[in-house]
Design a protein around this ligand. Structure first.
Ligand SMILES: NC(=O)c1ccc[n+]([C@@H]2O[C@H](COP(=O)([O-])OP(=O)(O)OC[C@H]3O[C@@H](n4cnc5c(N)ncnc54)[C@H](O)[C@@H]3O)[C@@H](O)[C@H]2O)c1
Ligand SMILES: O=c1ccn([C@@H]2O[C@H](COP(=O)(O)OP(=O)(O)O[C@H]3O[C@H](CO)[C@H](O)[C@H](O)[C@H]3O)[C@@H](O)[C@H]2O)c(=O)[nH]1
Length: 327
């Protein structure tokens, strides 16, 4: 029996594939390489270059490899881009996501660990944010993920399709094999490190008039290996017969954009120029997780909680892979 990992050539997906392989699980990756890298997937892992919305392909993979569960990372995931082109986000994340669910169900696969996001909460009314916080996304990306959560809930009731929605806060850092390489890169920490290495002239800070102590947005950064570990625990939970549920994944500690830049200056020892720009549409001011439930129900224990460690692992990976992945 094997696990279908969609989006397994992407940043968090490839790090999770690495952990699953270390644990001796049989893994199959499906990715259209819109944002991922073939070189991020170990050569021994069967790889399919295709879309999650290709029902015939998904059904064939399930039959040929005896797939029993799916970890579904594949999605477009840029907040700003989703505000500019919502159609692309709803088509890719929801319409194609729905076809993936239907193909799995048609082949009798009824277990999914789903990449959801803190962006499903929108502007928080309570911080740290618990799972039962109101879900009112401020951008189409967040809506696309919330729609998938709701579709899966209905599928559970009607068809017994069990899922765990993992609502990650901000993924960061690198594992031994896998780091963050996106084209274009919109995420803060890779951009800060690119500025440290002279690949960007400065870091653009989007907004310094937010209602936070230094005026810049606050986020809860969580190490990619800790995210990967949570997927394995969630899969074990579903295999034990656990009920469908949602879990926040974060450290419970918020850092402002300026604090991230200051920490990166310490870690790299480099000058990092900053330029203040206007707010980025769709950005909530402060997102910090209450991840108590993942700890108590799944037994999750993040190991790389401290921001300096998170940034150091990202920096070390970048120095070891100055041009990113070869393919
Ligand atoms: N990075 C974060 O901080 C963060 C936070 C919360 C949630 N998430 C979610 O986690 C998941 C992984 O994020 P990531 O940062 O690794 O992103 P990523 O872009 O690196 O990885 C996503 C992968 O999915 C693939 N993909 C996209 N659409 C596809 C499709 N229709 N068919 C097949 N493959 C497709 C891409 O090529 C890419 O390899 C996403 O679902 C994202 O929404 C990420
Ligand atoms: O060059 C940059 C990049 C980012 N930022 C700021 O840094 C913060 C973090 O931005 P990221 O782009 O790194 O992360 P987001 O919080 O926008 O997005 C992440 O968390 C989201 C939930 O809000 C989604 O889940 C998304 O997939 C994931 O990338 C934001 O305030 C952003 O405005 C900058 O100031 N300059």
């Amino acid at each position: 029996m094997s696990i279908l990992v969609t989006g397994g050539a992407g940043y968090i997906g490839s790090a999770t594939v690495e952990l699953l392989c270390e644990r001796g699980e049989r893994v199959i990756v499906l990715d259209d390489l819109a944002r991922g890298h073939r070189g991020a997937v170990p050569a021994e892992v069967p790889f399919y270059h295709g879309e999650i919305g290709d029902e015939d392909l998904v059904r064939r993979i399930v039959r040929e490899h005896g797939v029993e569960s799916c970890i579904h990372f594949a999605a477009l995931a840029y907040v700003g881009e989703s505000v500019e082109d919502p159609a692309r986000y709803f088509r890719n994340n929801v319409a194609q996501g729905l076809r993936l669910l239907d193909a799995l169900l048609a082949e009798g696969v009824k277990r999914m660990v789903f990449s959801s996001t803190c962006a499903t909460y929108g502007e928080p009314v309570q911080v740290p944010i618990p799972e039962d916080h109101p879900q009112q996304p401020t951008n189409p990306y967040g809506w696309s993920k919330l729609m998938m959560e709701q579709i899966m809930r209905a599928y559970d009731r009607a068809y017994g399709f069990r899922f765990v929605a993992l609502r990650y806060f901000n993924a960061a850092g690198a594992t031994r094999r896998c780091g963050e390489v996106h084209e274009p890169e919109t995420h803060l920490i890779p951009n800060v490190l690119a500025a440290a290495e002279g690949q960007l002239p400065y870091v653009a800070v989007y907004g310094n008039d937010y209602p936070t102590p230094d005026g810049t947005c606050i986020r809860d950064y969580i190490h990619v290996a800790d995210l990967g570990e949570a997927h394995i625990l969630a899969l074990d939970y579903l295999r034990r017969g656990g009920a469908s549920d949602a879990f926040n994944l974060g450290n419970g500690q918020g850092y402002s954009v300026l604090e991230v830049i200051e920490t990166a200056r310490r870690v790299t020892g480099k000058r990092i120029e900053v330029r203040f720009e206007g707010r980025r549409p769709g950005d909530p001011s402060r997102l910090v997780a209450d991840a108590t439930r993942a700890r108590t129900v799944l037994g999750w224990r993040p190991r790389y909680g401290d921001l300096e460690t998170i940034i150091r692992t990202a920096y070390e990976w970048k120095l070891a892979h100055p041009r990113g992945y070869d393919s």
